[in-house]
Design a protein. Structure first.
Length: 471
């Protein structure tokens, strides 16, 4: 059995490309042969060729009647699956196809009816507020599982029994007799909604293990999809690893205090004899300057026009005064630098450079005052909001990110643009190797840790590829 999981980020354009490349015999021959004229690795296996032949015979047998002996063209998507190892189960995320298009004239390339397969869909039926009431949030999310005919015993697109979660099109469950498959698209970033989804997912998986399902039978659980999670440093691209700036500042300050002459002679700037890497000394020396500049941060709009519709809208980018630490705040002496890239909102542009401590609320079993002001993390932005609780609800503020926990890429940008200190790639990689870490306070990190350590699940990719980097 071959099980494949793939975030297609839009099934329609993927199917268009598949139909272009595998839609006729000539294209099939081209796909089966490399530019050198030699068979491609995927088609050199005799079994794969037999799969194509068997599929063609099955389609012809079903479609021909009477004296009609003409061959029916093989479905390009079915051909694609056969050529790529004769896939038994294909799990796709972000298909972005509204439920209303399935089994209709507007369905892209008859994607719900692939010869030899059954398809099981979860589409985004959630609603979002609009200018004139609620509007459908169409064209986002969506998961679908294709399984060879006869391999699925039951399925569910409402595994959480919670319409606010089930209607988002993020989970489809299929029962394969001895085991159950969860195909999921977990919300990205971090938010309370993401944690609601993950807690509901873990509960649903545990119910299958305990036999609390329609069949009343215990099942092993397989979880696939786009999890938007990471549980070890090797999972992360090295520039996205985090640096605990406050710990480094403390390390350098402690080394300075032990050097009895450094305060008097100010000879610690290169860390000579201290064993402290030069980049850490530079960071400690300039951090106050960087922090002062960040206090001047603002989101600057730029008018953008959609070339297709002609509609104009604003994009936003963060800007700081790099000379603020020198007391130069007037227009003539200010040196403005832009940070990051243009974002859709002011909150997104500024949120990437908010390094305050972040907390969020979760039910605990203890009463909480009706009104509480906290720093909360919503996606990439960190905002202060007034949270109102019903006295019957029980909440607890939980740390989700320490102060000044900054990615290597962002930290490199700050020191170069604000204080003109440039770290080459070698230095950045040294930082990643010695200081790079994950946010181990993040609730989603703790969630996957519990799933692996307490629920006994196995990260199959990491198990078979222990040295794989930046997946």
């Amino acid at each position: 059995m071959l099980l494949v999981s793939w975030n297609v980020a839009g099934l329609k354009p993927v199917l268009q490309r598949i139909h272009m490349d595998y839609g006729n015999a000539a294209n099939y021959s081209a796909a089966a042969t490399s530019s050198t004229g030699r068979p491609n690795r995927s088609t050199s296996d005799t079994t794969t060729v037999e799969n194509i032949s068997s599929l063609q015979k099955t389609i012809n047998k079903k479609s021909n009647s009477g004296n009609n002996t003409s061959a029916t063209p093989i479905d390009p998507f079915a051909k694609y699956l056969a050529l790529h190892g004769d896939i038994t189960i294909l799990c796709l995320q972000e298909h972005k196809i509204p439920h209303g298009q399935l089994s209709s004239r507007s369905e892209p390339h008859r994607c719900s009816s692939v010869p030899g397969y059954e398809s099981f869909w979860s589409c985004n039926n959630s609603t979002v507020p609009g200018k004139s009431g609620s509007t459908k949030s169409r064209g986002f999310n969506g998961v679908v599982t294709y399984a060879k005919v006869g391999t699925v015993q039951r399925s569910s697109c409402t595994p959480f029994n919670d319409p606010s979660l089930d209607n988002q099109g993020r989970c489809i469950v299929t029962d394969h007799r001895k085991w159950v498959l969860f195909n999921v698209y977990v919300p990205c970033g971090f938010s309370r909604e993401k944690m609601r989804f993950l807690r509901a997912l873990r509960k649903a998986m545990q119910m299958e293990r305990d036999g609390k399902n329609d069949k009343g039978e215990k099942r092993s659980v397989v979880l696939v999809g786009d999890l938007n999670l990471k549980h070890c440093v090797e999972d992360v691209y090295w520039k996205n690893l985090l640096v605990d700036v406050d710990r480094i500042l403390g390390e350098v300050a402690s080394a300075k205090a032990k050097d009895t002459g450094c305060e008097e002679h100010n000879n610690f700037c290169d860390g000579v004899g201290s064993g402290i890497p030069h980049w850490k000394v530079e960071l400690e020396k300039n951090w106050n300057h960087i922090s002062t500049a960040l206090q001047t941060i603002e989101a600057v709009p730029r008018k953008t026009t959609n070339p297709s519709t002609g509609e104009s809208f604003d994009k936003f980018r963060a800007r700081v005064n790099a000379n603020a630490a020198n007391g130069k705040t007037d227009a003539a002496s200010s040196r403005y630098v832009y940070l990051g890239s243009y974002e859709d909102s002011e909150e997104e542009a500024l949120g990437c450079y908010n390094f305050d401590e972040r907390t969020y609320f979760e039910d605990t079993g203890e009463n909480t005052p009706a009104n509480t002001v906290v720093n909360t993390a919503e996606n990439s932005a960190c905002t202060t909001e007034l949270v109102k609780f019903n006295n019957e609800q029980q909440h607890h503020a939980i740390l989700c990110r320490k102060k000044n926990l900054i990615s290597i890429e962002t930290l490199t940008e700050l020191v170069s643009k604000i204080v003109n200190v440039f770290w080459d790639e070698k230095t950045q990689r040294e930082i990643a190797k010695s200081e790079g870490q994950l946010n181990t306070d993040a609730p989603d990190y703790l969630w996957i840790k519990k799933v692996l350590e307490e629920d006994g699940m196995v990260d199959v990719f990491r198990h078979f590829y222990p040295r794989a980097d930046s997946r």
